[in-house]
Write a protein that binds this ligand. Structure first.
Ligand code: GH3
Ligand code: MG
Ligand code: MG
Ligand code: MG
Length: 317
């Protein structure tokens, strides 16, 4: 790569190498009815280090997206049999937002008005055929970079800075979506409020920084001792909320008690021979669908107070 004056631009080269490294994490779906053109694009994209899949028309593309939900970019031709690129774009945007998936449309010079239609219906960008390899690479890289930036910002907005767990705001968003999803399915789930016992003492004895490390250690225990589909959030201070999905009361009780035990037997290594032990109290319940999420959380909070009143280091269900 050279800049306008014909000299290698080192910043551009460094940026390109980083781009290629990141591209390896992305899957690209090429949709074109011409086998030769599909093959050309596949090669260009593989030279940019992407994982590439290709199909011949819109309907096949929809099927592929359902089979492989981690596709980052769809590159679609306009004229295709069965389902054209514009219809495909419209269909994709019914399910995937621009925060999840980008669409790059390919159109030829004869279709003047089609580029605007593509953009109106949710394509992120377009490339006019015929195009140079250089322009193609730049547009593909730009789209992927925009997607990565959105996903990074979304991740920061949804997570707690100290522990990396979901924050309270995202917890409510994602659990309310889950409640909608399982409505009428008969699926049960459990909510547990978890609070470290006498945490002020840890802060007062060892300092706020050590307190932070204990909070992070508990966060790791909660995350590693639950299923990936369960939701673990930090509500604030040393208070956490855990949702165990698709579970009955008996198993939920067992798991929350196991979490309590894991916290109890964990020793935080301070220095030399010094270890800090702590316990947690948990208030937990099976979600009551007659009431709102907020009301259920408040009810779990009341059970947590009960656990504290009864002497701490226990689960009240
Ligand atoms: P209890 O057993 O009744 O829960 O006693 P406790 O001492 O844990 O009482 P409480 O839950 O009211 O105290 C929470 C303390 O946590 C108060 C606050 O100073 C401290 N805290 C809140 N957020 C943070 C944080 O982010 N880091 C640290 N290190 N401390 C925090
Ligand atoms: Mg075509
Ligand atoms: Mg506490
Ligand atoms: Mg507290």
């Amino acid at each position: 790569y050279v800049n306008k004056s014909g000299v290698d631009d080192i910043n551009y080269i460094i940026h390109t190498i980083q781009r290629l490294q990141n591209n390896q994490k992305h899957k690209v779906l090429v949709v074109d009815d011409s086998r030769i053109f599909r093959q050309q694009m596949q090669t260009m994209l593989e030279n940019l280090f992407f994982n590439v899949i290709s199909v011949a028309h819109g309907e096949e593309a929809i099927g592929m997206l359902q089979a492989q939900p981690d596709i980052s970019l769809v590159l679609t031709d306009y004229h295709m049999p069965v389902m054209d690129g514009l219809e495909l774009t419209i269909q994709i945007r019914k399910t995937y937002t621009k925060n999840e998936l980008c669409i790059l449309a390919l159109s030829s010079n004869e279709d003047e008005e089609i580029t605007a239609l593509f953009l109106k219906h949710g394509a992120n960008d377009y490339v006019k055929k015929p195009f140079s390899k250089e322009e193609f690479s730049c547009r593909v890289n730009n789209s992927i970079e925009a997607l990565e930036n959105i996903q990074m910002i979304t991740n920061y907005a949804n997570r707690d800075y100290l522990t990396g767990l979901y924050n309270r705001r995202y917890f409510f968003e994602t659990i309310n979506e889950y409640i909608d999803e399982i409505k009428d399915s008969g699926e049960k789930f459990s909510i547990g409020m978890i609070d470290i016992d006498h945490f002020k003492k840890i802060n007062d004895t060892y300092g706020h920084d050590v307190g932070d490390k204990v909070i992070t250690a508990l966060a790791d225990i909660l995350r590693s001792s639950t299923n990936p589909h369960d939701v673990v959030a930090r509500f604030g201070g040393e208070e956490f909320c855990v949702v165990l999905k698709n579970i009955n009361q008996y198993s939920a009780h067992e798991i929350f008690n196991r979490l309590r035990e894991e916290a109890e037997k964990f020793s935080f290594h301070l220095k030399d021979e010094q270890y800090i032990n702590f316990s947690v109290s948990i208030g937990a319940l099976l979600f009551n669908e007659e009431e709102s999420l907020e009301e259920n959380i408040n009810a779990a909070d009341m059970l947590l107070y009960k656990a504290k009143d009864n002497g701490r280091d226990q689960v009240v269900f």
